[in-house]
Design a protein around this ligand. Structure first.
Ligand SMILES: Cc1cc2nc3c(=O)[nH]c(=O)nc-3n(C[C@H](O)[C@H](O)[C@H](O)COP(=O)(O)OP(=O)(O)OC[C@H]3O[C@@H](n4cnc5c(N)ncnc54)[C@H](O)[C@@H]3O)c2cc1C
Length: 454
């Protein structure tokens, strides 16, 4: 590939802070709130115009759809997201679980409110493009925006980009699943004008279960058996009929999946029906192709619903997600990398910064936490190798495929976020590096913040 040399240039330092959180999904938003509440001057930076990450930017509303009667759940900021959304009219009961489905649009306002209340310095519309390094220590991040390049300096940085963008560019070792094996990418969408009564009656007349997920690519899952007869808001039959009727091209037998909520006003939301393999979310050409292909497939899915799903006859597109949904990219090689055995074997760690139920969704597994089993989330899984002053929160913490299928869930991202935010504040207060941090002090502060650590 031909190359050019970019000339060196002076960059304005537009802002200085204690803790800089890059990326504001469930991981980053929780991290910023936790750091600010632990007394650190905190800045939350995102490339887009709203906080919330996949919740608000992709339209992922099922925040705790794993929760059932006997689930032992985490506590802390993730639960607060759900409760605050409910109190602010930004959620609805989720159809398959004891949880609230977030309203992706309203959650933008919930996130703004939480950020303002905590006194966090907001910086939207800035892409973090390069770490500022002194030796192996990160001192801030260079951003790119309508204002050009700017520098933001910080005592500690939390990479919550989902893709470990900052960690990777700072030279921390990361791994990526081969593209063909990555979890599929999805363009999410919602419809309006749905007749709720007719839709729900049709769902009740032919209730789908997790066993119905089987037999087709992305939705082919191994369960423990106890999940199989449970209700799932799953749709495949309308698309099968559309394939048979020639309404959907034959190669799109991948169209199937779940719906989230249907409102009294006729909005059918969180339509997770389009699944595209082999898209690397760190490659802009893959992202471009995925956005265009995903929208086309969503249009096919809508046509099938209008024709073959009662209640959808007069429905139309309400919105696509602001951006394609990416499930799986870089993971850091952390001081401790989680394993499938950890999440399936109720691992216990002395440096736990939170817990998460035995909920696994992805890489061929669907295991619901219906029995009270849970695993400890270790602090060391957030600490990258080789780079100082940097933690990672959210879906790019250290771990293998099966542990990712658990830790990637938004509630767990909030657990790692809260742990990272508190750890950053405590590390500044104690003058200790992340590698040598007194985790007992972090755990004590997390307990004060209402997190469950054992
Ligand atoms: C289609 C789809 C459906 C899903 N369904 C569910 C579900 O039902 N339940 C569930 O729990 N999980 C679900 N997930 C998984 C879950 O949404 C993610 O794993 C989770 O949101 C990851 O959280 P995060 O905080 O790590 O990152 P994200 O939510 O991805 O947030 C990252 C944030 O960082 C910003 N950002 C990225 N790079 C930069 C940069 N360089 N500079 C500045 N900002 C940057 C982004 O704009 C974004 O706001 C789903 C995922 C997808 C894609």
């Amino acid at each position: 590939m031909p190359k050019i040399i970019e000339p060196a240039r002076d960059i304005d330092v537009v802002h200085e802070t204690d803790v800089l959180v890059v990326g504001s999904g469930p991981g980053g938003l929780a991290a910023a709130l936790a750091a600010a509440r632990a007394g650190a001057r905190t800045t939350l930076l995102d490339r887009n115009g709203c906080f919330g990450g996949n919740i608000t930017q992709v339209g992922v509303e099922g925040f705790a759809w794993y929760r059932h009667e006997h689930t032992v759940d985490c506590e802390g900021i993730g639960i607060e997201f759900e409760q605050r959304a409910k109190a602010m009219g930004a959620s609805m009961p989720e159809p398959q679980s004891l949880s609230e489905a977030l309203d992706a649009e309203m959650f933008k306002w919930v996130a703004d409110t939480l950020v303002e209340e905590a006194g966090i310095h907001p910086m939207l519309h800035r892409l973090g493009v390069a770490p500022i390094l002194e030796g192996d220590a990160i001192r801030g991040v260079i951003t790119e925006s309508k204002a050009g390049r700017e520098a933001v300096l910080a005592k500690r940085v939390i990479d919550a980009t989902g893709d470990a963008d900052i960690a990777a560019r700072a030279g921390a070792p990361v791994r990526k699943t081969p593209k063909e094996q990555m979890l599929a990418a999805s363009v999410m969408f919602s419809m309006s004008g749905v007749n709720k009564h007719r839709f729900i009656e049709a769902v009740k007349a032919d209730p789908q279960t997790y066993a119905d997920w089987g037999g087709n690519g992305e939705w082919d899952y191994e369960t423990t058996g106890k999940e199989d007869a449970m209700f799932s808001p799953f749709l495949r039959k309308p698309f099968k009929k559309a394939l048979e009727a020639g309404l959907i091209p034959k190669h799109l037998s991948t169209i199937a999946g779940t719906w989230g909520s249907v409102t009294d006003q006729g909005d059918l939301t969180y339509l997770n029906l389009v699944h595209m393999p082999a898209i690397d979310g760190t490659n802009p050409d893959d992202l471009t192709a995925g956005e265009i292909r995903g929208r086309r497939e969503a249009i096919y899915a809508m046509e099938a619903l209008r024709k073959f799903m009662p209640g959808c006859e007069g429905a139309k597109l309400r919105n696509f997600g602001m951006t394609i949904g990416i499930r799986d990219t870089r993971k850091i090689d952390a001081l401790y990398n989680l394993t499938g055995e950890d999440v399936r074997g109720e691992a216990r760690f002395d440096d736990a910064i939170g817990i998460f139920p035995e909920f696994i969704d992805g890489y061929g597994y669907l295991i619901l936490p219906t029995t009270g089993r849970y695993w400890h989330v270790p602090y060391r899984a957030l600490v990258p190798k080789r780079v100082q002053n940097l933690l990672v929160a959210g879906r790019s913490i250290g771990g293998d495929h099966v542990s990712h299928a658990s830790a990637r869930n938004m509630m767990c991202c909030a657990v790692t976020g809260q742990g990272a935010g508190v750890a950053a504040a405590v590390s500044i207060q104690r003058g200790e590096s992340f590698a040598e941090l007194d985790v007992a002090a972090v755990r004590a502060q997390l307990t004060r913040q209402g997190a469950r650590i054992r």
